[in-house]
Design a protein around this ligand. Structure first.
Ligand SMILES: [Zn+2]
Length: 103
């Protein structure tokens, strides 16, 4: 009985180590983007919200408040290496991004 308990415990630690992703993704959506600050060049990996666009981002290097460039819906589209989830979805489905529609 004691042996069985230990087996369970080690299996627990194993699953903790082998899952860098948070949650299940049903499509090829990337939820982490590396933002590069245009002022100081600082790079930071940030997790993107899936249901909303992040308009402001404070650089963790120099503290500058970044805003999207004209035509971009969020800071990830302007400064990240991966565009935000709604844009990724739009690219995959060929439909306009839900977050950026309207005026
Ligand atoms: Zn910066």
């Amino acid at each position: 009985m004691l042996g069985r308990r230990r087996e369970l415990a080690s299996a627990d630690t194993g699953s903790f180590r082998t899952h860098p992703d948070q949650g299940a993704t049903d499509c090829l959506m990337q939820l982490t983007s590396t933002l590069t600050c245009p002022h100081c060049g600082h790079r930071a990996s940030e997790t993107m919200p899936t249901d909303t666009c992040q308009f402001f981002y404070e650089c963790t290097g120099c503290g500058t408040l970044l805003r999207p460039e004209a035509g971009d819906c969020c800071v990830f589209c302007s400064y990240g290496d991966v565009p935000c989830p709604p844009i990724q979805e739009a690219e995959q489905t060929g439909r306009p991004a839900s977050c950026c529609s309207g005026s």
